[in-house]
Design a protein around this ligand. Structure first.
Ligand code: NI
Length: 174
């Protein structure tokens, strides 16, 4: 297993629309294991493949932070959002130290394949439902900062501008 490099905003791969996974082969299973390990190492609740530079539709979600129970979702689709959206503090491993209030549904039903290719339905709520929405957004190039309400927009713009400067400085040679 390997700890992968987590791509930081504004790495262009974070804006890509990821492609579906058609065949769950050894490469996909290794990527899934490495993503779970990378998420755990970063104390994350979720990680999407584009965040490690692979624009494919796979996410890992931590179902139990204490016992560590990462679930792999291949080609996940949120088929139902239940309840009135709630505003809560949210962060992302691609935006270290940045947190913001984001509205999400309190409960979702997500359909995905597991690594055996079987269709699995996840009916989840609370923090896991939030992570599920956040991570599946990543697969469409959507980031949590896109969903921030007007009250947080101003300070967010400054933080993002700073991240953009830092990123272009460290990537100017590439
Ligand atoms: Ni994220």
């Amino acid at each position: 297993m390997a700890i992968l490099e987590i791509r930081k905003y504004p790495d262009p791969v974070l804006r890509e629309v990821s492609r579906p996974i058609e065949i769950i082969d050894k490469k996909v299973r290794i990527l899934a294991k490495d993503m779970a390990e990378t998420m755990r190492n970063a104390n994350g609740l979720g990680l999407a493949a584009p965040q490690v530079g692979m624009a494919v539709r796979m996410v890992v979600i931590e179902f139990d932070l204490e016992k560590h129970d990462p679930r792999v979702l291949v080609n996940p689709v949120i088929v139902k959002r239940i309840g009135r959206r709630e505003e809560r503090d949210e962060g992302c491993l691609s935006f270290p130290e940045l947190r913001s209030q984001v509205k999400r549904s309190p409960r979702v039903i997500c359909q995905a394949q597991n690594l055996e290719g079987e269709i699995v339905r996840h009916d989840v709520e609370g923090l896991i439902a939030r992570a599920m929405q956040h991570e599946t957004d990543h697969l469409d190039g959507m980031l949590f900062v896109d969903k921030v309400g007007p009250s947080d927009k101003q300070s967010l713009r400054r933080d993002l501008a700073e991240m953009e400067r830092n990123w272009s400085e460290t990537h100017s040679g590439r």
